[in-house]
Design a protein. Structure first.
Length: 103
């Protein structure tokens, strides 16, 4: 099961995910987030995966897709999570991402 909390502040879309992001649940992220990015023209996104307890390769590809369609993107993860794709920008909290986007 995947739960998604979406919030927008200061021109930044915050996407907080909870549960499992897998081949079976990634359609929810596609439908809710990628559709919104295209519809509204979102340029900045923070993908918070700190509360995901499992991500498979399909889920990671969906995160990468969200990440790459925005101009400035960051992924929030906690110190116990591993950076899954080397060429993405990772931060430990949303405020750090906001500060980096605002620069």
């Amino acid at each position: 099961m995947l739960d998604i909390d979406i919030d927008s502040k200061m021109g930044i879309l915050f996407v907080r995910m909870f549960g499992k992001l897998t081949k079976e649940t990634r359609s929810k992220l596609n439908e809710e987030v990628i559709h919104l990015i295209h519809k509204v023209g979102i340029k900045n996104i923070v993908l918070n995966i700190q509360n995901l307890n499992y991500i498979d390769k399909y889920g990671m590809k969906t995160i990468e897709k969200c990440y790459k369609i925005c101009e400035k993107s960051f992924i929030c993860l906690n110190e116990n999570q591993i950076k899954l794709i080397n060429n993405l920008k990772y931060v430990t909290d949303e405020m750090t991402a906001v500060n980096l986007i605002s620069v």
